[in-house]
Design a protein around this ligand. Structure first.
Ligand code: UD1
Length: 421
């Protein structure tokens, strides 16, 4: 298994290009199942999760052609199976995103239950209830969600989510786009990736309004068509590099990104003492050599502070002046990185869903291991400010979500390399 070896102590300085958003690319690739004709999706990040999604589409019979610049053309004319098998779903929970499109277009779907994961039990009950509300019959048998649509076409409905769910909202949106009649989603997720999917579906001929607010209205249409669509920039990748710059007292410019969708994170970075300058599609952070100040963060659905940036801000606090609290409200078990950071000398006390973090000027290198994607990224950031060489093990998690992470950090002056194992 590959690992990353990082020698701490270098202040980050330079520019990098931000990749397309994984969490936008995955639903949009699923949405290609709805397209009549060829669909092109561009600005895809080069990541394991994207390859897994393409493999999943391929095993259903979708013809997939990949360009050198990671744009993909799909054609669903010869679909032969509506099954998302366990072997693929267990490596990527987001495979559940094919449920809605399969039911809407083909009237049947068999999707393996994703099961638990490192950050909590993460059920999919809201996805299932959403499909039932649209008229699907759903059974859970032999570890699979087995669903069919009596009569062949879903019917619009009023759906209220009692918990805000990102992929649940996306699944219902995709299913409702081809349903008969109008669907209303209340307490919908407002994440920028949900808006990106709505924009893509509308470009395919869907009639979706209200994306980005908590009430969405989807007027079902008979057909959706292929189109060309570029996914939006990755706000979590952007935020990760900005936090890395902040903890090292450095200056980093992230290019090809979108400052508008990053408000909560940029606000916290400014509170931590960062000087932030933005343009249309770039963000520059300058710490002027200073150490960050501790900040309090509490995760919640967009537009509040994102759970996918929680681990990175825990590291920022671990290296900041003062004490900050980190409260996780979205996932029940998302502090696994705390213990690894403590092994590197961080002062972190966890009580339930709250971590109280008192900053230190430096951490110490130690072999560490990550249990999920964002936790792995936080360990890399911690290693940048640790004395000695840190090995971050099990980096297959990082490769699921960060394109060319070592090249990008090297470009910013970090001493980091991949060791194949
Ligand atoms: C998505 C993101 C993930 C991010 C998360 C929260 C993708 C591919 N992944 O995950 O990176 O961390 O949003 O911003 O976009 N829940 C239920 N029942 C359900 C579905 C969810 O109880 O059927 C609960 C979850 O356990 C969690 C909360 O709802 O506590 C929010 O989860 P959700 O928004 O669904 O996360 P994902 O869409 O899986």
């Amino acid at each position: 298994m590959d690992k990353l070896r990082i020698e701490g102590g270098n202040r980050l300085n330079g520019e990098i290009r931000i990749s397309g958003a994984k969490n936008s690319a995955l639903p949009i690739l699923s949405a290609t199942l709805l397209a009549d004709g060829v669909m092109r999706v561009g600005n895809l990040p080069h990541l394991h999760d994207i390859t897994t999604m393409l493999e999943l589409l391929g095993c259903m019979g979708v013809e997939v052609a990949i360009d050198e610049d990671m744009s993909v053309e799909t054609d669903c004319a010869n679909i032969k199976s509506c099954v998302a098998p366990y072997d693929l779903v267990r490596t990527m929970r987001a495979s559940i995103l094919v449920l809605g499109p399969l039911l809407a277009r083909y009237g049947e779907a068999e999707v393996s239950l994703p099961g638990g994961c490192a950050i909590g039990s993460r059920p999919v009950d809201l996805h299932i209830r959403g499909m039932e509300a649209l008229g699907a019959e759903v059974d859970v048998e032999d570890g699979y969600i087995k669903a069919r649509v009596p009569g062949g076409r879903l019917t619009g409905a009023n759906i209220f989510f009692d918990t805000v769910t990102v992929t649940g909202t996306e699944n219902v949106m995709m299913a409702a786009a081809l349903a008969k009649g109008t669907t209303t989603i209340e307490n919908a997720a407002r994440e920028p990736e949900v808006v990106d999917l709505a924009n893509c579906l509308n470009a395919m001929g869907a009639k979706i309004s209200g994306a980005g607010s908590d009430t969405m209205v989807i007027e079902g249409v008979e057909k959706l068509y292929g189109c060309s669509f570029d996914v939006l920039p990755d706000r979590i990748e952007t935020g990760t590099y900005l936090v890395a710059a902040a903890v090292t007292g450095g200056r980093v410019k992230t290019k090809d990104t979108d400052p508008v969708i990053m408000e909560a994170v940029l606000h916290k970075l400014e509170e931590a003492g960062a000087d932030i300058t933005i343009g249309d599609n770039w963000i520059e952070l300058d710490m002027h050599g200073k150490r960050p100040k501790a900040v309090n963060v509490k995760t919640a659905p967009h537009p509040a502070f994102p759970t996918d940036m929680q681990a990175q801000f825990m590291v920022l606090n671990a290296l900041a002046e003062g004490t900050g609290t980190v409260i996780e409200t979205v996932f029940e078990n998302r502090f696994m990185h705390a213990q690894e950071l403590v092994r590197m000398g961080a002062d972190i006390a966890v009580e339930g869903n709250t971590a109280i973090v008192t900053g230190k000027e430096k951490l110490q290198a130690a072999p560490v291991m990550a249990t999920d994607l964002r936790a792995s990224a936080s360990l890399v950031i911690a290693a940048l400010m640790a004395e000695g060489a840190t090995d971050v093990n099990r980096i297959y998690h990082i490769d699921r979500g960060y394109e060319c992470i070592e090249e990008k950090f090297q470009q910013l002056g970090a001493n980091i390399r991949r060791i194949s194992g």
